[in-house]
Design a binder for this molecule. Structure first.
Ligand SMILES: NC(=O)C1=CN([C@@H]2O[C@H](COP(=O)(O)OP(=O)(O)OC[C@H]3O[C@@H](n4cnc5c(N)ncnc54)[C@H](OP(=O)(O)O)[C@@H]3O)[C@@H](O)[C@H]2O)[C@@H](O)CC1
Ligand SMILES: Nc1ncnc2c1ncn2[C@@H]1O[C@H](COP(=O)(O)OP(=O)(O)O)[C@@H](O)[C@H]1O
Ligand SMILES: [K+]
Length: 479
């Protein structure tokens, strides 16, 4: 798992490291990393490094200092460097002196030929950023047509939430230092391709704010049958979904559970005939009370919000096995919180709302601080909460949050959420703890979306069919 730390965590870790590091060493290390990435971008976009033109946009603090020092290193590679000083009176003095010493020039926003640059380096503001770009910086970036390399993070984007509430830099690439910050994983669109430069912060960082799974984490967690296994030992998934009018949700959720693991899948509900006709390996019954034993229940997709759905949910919650409550089950819990009384508090509960369901469940939309919102909801509900969206967030009551890596927006298609709940249900049935089940399920779901699409729109059935390839992909990358 990769960690992601808040700006407050990074700042205090930097303070501890600064105390034992020679003056200016960290900044030069950081800036050298920026210059290396800048040279790679120049090679890619201008075909060469020496003889190109780079414009630095430097603000008042150390972020500007990094940019100026990066300019110093680029000068040594034959690049013509000009810095726009947004706050000439409070520009980082050592960085400015170094740039000048190396033959770099400076100018005002009006005098520098920003439009003629081969690359622009954004050193306006870093982890001390508050709010959007101010008008002077906004005016400079309005004239930029070259690729932009952001120092630490794209200025104007909130470092801790990734939210954009006004003018902001949209970077081609970002070089960050010491640790990934939330902006890099919550707003990859504005960061572009992010590289992390090691400045020796590792030992100073505590618990991360967010985590990201690697293929190795997914491969290690994914249940595979072993020599001693049979269809029961791998966990039986129960799916209570769909209705006579809407059998699709039932078919998709049950089929996703079939695709995800090798054990057995039971379906219970009014779409039993349809499910059976599409997926003969599913053991289907009309009523949840006749379903037989399972090791986890998925309940909710397409069950409706009436009496029947409520009874199914209450029954599933009373069985003493983990429950993944999705779609209508979430709406039912929001409308009748007492339905949760049927659950033994020790029985894991996992909720998978989209934004609308989240608002119903908690009384307010997630808002710009999605991590804070999902973390609070998990704590209050005593459940794992998976908040859907372009980036899926999974929080557990103890506060740990995983953010998945979006792989395009292919999953924005009807029924793909039903597929996700089936996958997660199968993982719960196999015995994975709910937080990990939701996180690795979301990862494979996103991989399946990308594999199904291969550059053209896909559908929930396409995502479903690609689940085995998604699992193979994670395992191959981890090998
Ligand atoms: N510490 C270390 O060891 C290392 C640190 N490193 C580097 O230092 C960076 C942090 O530097 P920092 O703390 O000096 O602040 P920084 O982000 O440059 O902001 C400066 C000032 O900008 C202003 N400002 C705020 N919002 C704004 C906005 N929206 N638009 C425009 N201006 C805005 C605000 O001042 P104000 O104008 O509000 O008085 C603020 O004080 C970090 O990101 C990394 O790049 C690396 O070298 C590695 C080693
Ligand atoms: N723009 C997007 N980019 C990536 N994933 C998305 C996007 N929009 C939705 N998704 C994903 O697609 C799934 C949709 O689920 P849901 O809203 O329950 O739809 P449905 O009810 O039609 O199945 C979720 O896993 C969600 O995270
Ligand atoms: K920046």
């Amino acid at each position: 798992m990769r960690g992601v730390w808040t700006t407050a965590d990074v700042r205090s870790a930097e303070q501890r490291l600064l105390a034992v590091t020679p003056e200016g060493a960290l900044m030069r290390r950081a800036a050298y990393g920026v210059s290396v990435r800048a040279a790679a971008l120049l090679t890619r976009y201008a075909g060469r490094v020496a003889g190109t033109r780079v414009v630095l946009v430097a603000g008042a603090g150390n972020n500007g200092g990094d940019a100026l020092w990066a300019g110093y290193f680029l000068r040594r590679r034959g690049v013509a460097v000009t810095a726009v000083l947004l706050r000439p009176d409070s520009t980082h003095p050592e960085g400015l002196a170094a740039l000048r010493r190396a033959g770099g020039r400076t100018g005002s926003a009006e005098s520098v030929d920003v439009a003629g640059a081969d690359l622009v380096i954004d050193g306006v503001v870093g982890i001390s950023a508050r709010g959007p770009l101010r008008p002077d910086a906004e005016a400079v970036f309005a004239r930029v047509s070259a690729p932009v390399l952001a120092v630490d993070l794209p200025s104007g984007v909130d470092p801790d939430t990734g939210a954009v509430t006004g003018p902001a830099v949209r970077a081609t690439a970002t070089v960050t230092f010491g640790a990934l910050k939330p902006v890099h994983v919550l707003n990859p669109q504005d960061c572009g391709d992010t590289t992390l430069v090691d400045i020796g912060l590792g030992g100073e960082l505590g618990e991360p704010e967010l985590r990201q799974l690697d293929a190795a984490d997914v491969a290690a967690a994914w249940p595979l049958p072993g020599p001693a296994d049979d269809k029961y030992t791998q966990g039986v998934t129960g799916v209570a979904a769909g209705s006579a009018t809407y059998p699709g949700a039932a078919v998709l959720a049950a089929a996703a559970a079939v695709r995800a693991t090798a054990g057995m899948v039971r379906y219970a509900g009014p779409a039993a005939d349809v499910v059976r006709s599409h997926w003969p390996e599913v053991v289907a019954t009309g009523s949840i009370t006749d379903a037989g034993r399972v090791q986890a229940w998925v309940v909710g997709p397409g069950i409706g919000t009436g009496r029947q759905g409520r009874d199914q949910l209450a029954y599933a919650l009373a069985q003493g096995v983990p429950v993944c409550a999705d779609a209508d089950a979430i709406t039912l819990i929001a409308a009748h919180p007492d339905v949760l009384d049927a659950r033994d508090p020790a029985t894991p509960l996992l909720l998978t709302p989209h934004d609308g369901e989240f608002a119903r469940l908690t009384g307010s939309a997630p808002g710009p601080d999605r991590v804070g919102a999902v973390r609070r909801a998990a704590r209050r509900l005593g459940a794992v909460v998976l908040l859907k969206g372009h980036r899926t967030l999974v929080a557990e009551p103890g506060g740990r949050v995983v953010v998945n890596r979006p792989r395009g927006a292919w999953l924005a298609t009807a029924g793909s959420g039903d597929v996700l709940s089936g996958v997660i249900g199968a993982l719960l049935a196999s015995g994975l703890e709910p937080w990990l089940a939701a996180a690795v399920g979301a990862d494979v779901h996103a991989r399946a979306g990308e594999l199904a699409a291969r550059g053209a729109p896909t559908s929930a059935s396409g995502v479903l069919a690609a689940i085995p390839d998604a699992i193979r992909q994670a395992r191959a990358l981890a090998a």
